[in-house]
Design a protein around this ligand. Structure first.
Ligand SMILES: Nc1ncnc2c1ncn2[C@@H]1O[C@H](COP(=O)(O)OP(=O)(O)OP(=O)(O)O)[C@@H](O)[C@H]1O
Ligand SMILES: [Mg+2]
Length: 301
């Protein structure tokens, strides 16, 4: 069965989308079967992986986007999966094993106009439709906005693990703290909808430092984050095995450039990638991160 994972922080712009896409690509390259859900109405992950032309068609019609499962009878999650989403100019598949369920801007309607049956909140509708897909994947990943509103709740409720991308600054620490509080509230609110077969409600299992500039010492922010994590573990608000990942992702221009190219960095041509004095580069960081994630299996699953 798939491991189901959300990347989440209450601080925006920390690198949730960049991390999830590049980690998903690294996992697919390792031969893992990966399904990525985009739950951020900004649609960054969808536009990145589909490129603008393919995504525009979905946005214009609304057909094929995640919101369509919440308009009763319109679509099922299984019909929205775009298999091997990455394509080259002539439609050739670039990375078999990486599938996407895209979003478009209409996902924002889930927060405002949606008027479904309160006994069947969106996160439950979503969970029930994802469940039959679990056996087909090793990893199901959810890219979430920096909140736990209805769209994010779908990812959080369905996941069993949360990883928190963070920058080495005070705002990321505040974002993590806020996330843990909101997560606790959401679990209380959604407890009556959980069944044993769903596994444990998602807790924070790891913190991943991202966008680290060369030569910058992050020991102090790391220590502060570790202290906060320890407090949450003691209070049972984070998983017992939660840790700061050994792998950190360097700040690299190619990560920003990869978005415009519509590719994960591992598929960007080698010349475009800054390589450090040791011959190491950011692709290796994502590869190491993916391996560390594969190793970091929660005790209860
Ligand atoms: N390792 C990195 N090196 C350089 N730039 C990076 C790196 N990671 C992320 N970025 C850049 O930082 C910006 C924010 O990243 P990203 O969109 O992944 O964050 P996010 O947390 O998903 O944001 P949001 O909260 O809006 O969803 C983007 O311009 C992205 O290209
Ligand atoms: Mg994002």
């Amino acid at each position: 069965m798939a491991r189901k994972i959300s990347f989440l922080n209450y601080k925006g712009g920390v690198g949730k989308t960049s991390l999830i896409i590049n980690t998903a690509a690294a996992l697919a390259k390792m031969g893992k079967r990966v399904l990525l859900f985009d739950f951020d109405t900004q649609s960054n992950a969808s536009i990145w992986l589909l490129k603008l032309d393919r995504w525009n068609k979905i946005n214009a019609s609304g057909e094929g986007a995640i919101y369509s499962i919440f308009e009763p009878g319109k679509a099922q999650v299984k019909d929205l999966v775009i298999k091997d989403v990455l394509e080259g100019k002539s439609g050739e598949k670039l990375l078999p094993g990486l599938d996407l369920v895209p979003t478009t801007f209409n996902l924002v309607d889930l927060e405002n106009e949606y008027n479904g049956d309160p006994k069947r909140p969106p996160f439950l509708v979503f969970y029930e439709q994802v469940q039959p897909l679990e056996a087909q994947y090793d990893f199901i990943l959810f890219d979430c906005p920096p909140n736990i509103l209805r769209a994010s709740q779908c990812g959080v409720f369905t996941s069993n693990e949360i990883y928190v991308p963070a920058n080495p600054d005070a705002l990321s620490l505040i974002g993590f703290t806020l996330l843990t509080e909101k997560l606790h509230k959401f679990h209380q609110l959604s407890a009556s909808f959980r069944r044993a077969a769903m596994g444990l409600p998602a807790q924070v299992h790891g913190i991943i430092f991202n966008s680290i500039k060369q030569g910058v010492d992050i020991e102090v922010p790391k220590m502060r984050m570790q202290l906060r994590l320890n407090q949450f573990k003691t209070a049972k608000r984070a998983a017992p095995s939660a840790k700061i990942f050994n792998t950190q992702i360097r700040d690299a221009m190619v990560v920003r450039r990869a978005v415009a190219l519509g590719l994960p960095v591992s598929l960007v041509s080698a010349e475009a990638i800054e390589t450090g004095a040791s011959g190491d580069n950011v692709i290796n960081d994502y590869r190491k991160l993916a391996s560390e994630l594969v190793q970091h299996v929660p005790a209860a699953t």
